[in-house]
Design a protein around this ligand. Structure first.
Ligand code: PMP
Length: 385
């Protein structure tokens, strides 16, 4: 008789060496965490600008919790359309210099909501091979024809677009700043190719909006193509120190998402304290531009130090730096050794990254000091030797 098979599934994961562990990780101070009772300096956070612990965000969230409560209690199209959410959307559109914004309850839901609202059977999606899992799932849910392109390969994109005229709608899905590799998509050439073919270029810039480009306006702004992109998806839970996500687009596309995007319609809107923290983050971004400057300085420094140590770390301002180590077990062992030395640098294994691409992933923030950047690189180089 068939059992539930759960033990068999778990054993298969264990045999493949792919068991993941939920480790209690307390945040205990600026860039510091406690893992299994051991304190460590974290290079594992997407709180790139250090806003998640900013007193102004904490105060705004607390004020709003007392004033409006801790839950929105309803979906946006029912009773959850608090004027504060609408204000946040106007402020996001203004900060990132786009016509309109629509807030989603998470980045995962934004990616699913965008692709499924815009593509259906008979449409074509061209998706980058290193797209985030949420985009992979969005493609599956859309029922469109999906072709996965080699990572950032503009020639392959042009080739696919040449034969795409018979489709009703063609979406090109890429990331701005890739979450596991930290590289930026060649957006100028991609925007040009999409424009010529009448395709919609959609950029998940969860890691780029707030961190790179002029005034942190993201990868599209950095590449000078903000005007040509159909949609940018940003995240409120990474550089902006809160939770949730947003879509930047034109008014008509925003309206279509409101009408048809199921992950927008059928879910509760963000809790008031989360909205208040996100709004305050945008205000802090404007008042404290030095945070972005510090982040970019640290990213450049970390990359320089790794390159001086003989590792491949292309020069640039991206705060995500992968150190490829190949075998899964080696990545895990290195991460454990670094933790024992007081540094939290996560090991990333398949299926998060392609087979053979296991790595340590360093993410640097505005809050790290120069000495801290130097100390993690020294420890890493010693462990790699
Ligand atoms: N897209 C990318 C590129 C991401 O890295 C992430 C988060 N890891 C998401 C989407 C999902 O965002 P969220 O955590 O808000 O669901």
């Amino acid at each position: 008789m068939a059992g539930d098979g759960i033990g068999v599934s778990l054993q298969a994961i264990a045999r493949a060496g792919r068991t993941r562990e939920l480790r209690a990780t307390e945040r205990v101070g600026r860039c510091r965490v406690r893992v299994h009772g051991r304190e460590a300096l974290s290079f594992a956070s997407c709180d790139y600008l250090g806003l998640a612990r900013h007193p102004r965000l904490a105060a705004a969230a607390a004020r709003e919790a007392h004033a409006a409560g801790t839950s929105s209690g309803a979906a946006r199209l029912l009773a959850g359309h608090d004027p504060a959410v609408e204000a946040l959307e106007h402020e996001l559109a203004s900060t990132f210099q786009q016509p309109a914004a629509l807030v989603f309850s998470s980045g995962y839901m934004a990616n699913v909501g965008v692709a499924t609202a815009l593509a259906e059977r008979g449409d074509l999606i061209l998706s980058d091979g290193l797209s985030h899992a949420s985009t992979v799932d969005a493609c599956r849910l859309s029922r469109a024809e999906v072709r996965v392109l080699p990572h950032s390969d503009v020639e392959a994109l042009r080739h696919e677009l040449r034969d795409a005229s018979s489709y009703r709608r063609v979406l090109v899905l890429v990331e701005g700043l890739y979450s596991m590799d930290g590289d930026m998509a060649p957006l100028e050439a991609m925007a040009e190719a999409a424009r010529q073919a009448g395709a919609m270029l959609i950029i998940d810039d969860a890691h780029g909006l707030g961190t790179v480009g002029p005034e942190g306006r993201g990868a599209a702004a950095a590449c000078g193509v903000s005007e040509e992109v159909a949609i940018q998806v940003g995240n409120l839970g990474k550089a902006l120190g809160s939770f949730g996500a947003f879509v930047l687009t034109d008014e008509r596309t925003r309206e279509l998402l409101v009408q048809t995007s199921r992950s927008f319609i059928f879910t509760c809107s963000l809790p008031p304290p989360v909205v208040a923290a996100a709004r305050e983050a945008l205000a802090v971004l404007a008042d404290e531009p030095e945070r972005g400057v510090r982040l970019r300085r640290n990213a450049v420094l970390l990359r320089e130090l790794l390159a001086e140590g003989g590792l491949e770390a292309p020069h640039g301002e991206s705060p995500i730096v992968p150190v490829l180590v190949g075998a899964d077990a080696r990545a895990v062992t290195l991460a454990e050794r670094l933790l024992a030395r007081g540094f939290l640098v996560p090991a990333i294994r398949p299926p998060t990254v392609p087979e053979g691409g296991s790595r340590l992933r360093l993410s640097v923030t505005a809050e790290h000091t120069e000495d801290e950047c130097r100390s993690v690189v020294t420890a890493l180089l010693e462990e790699l030797r």
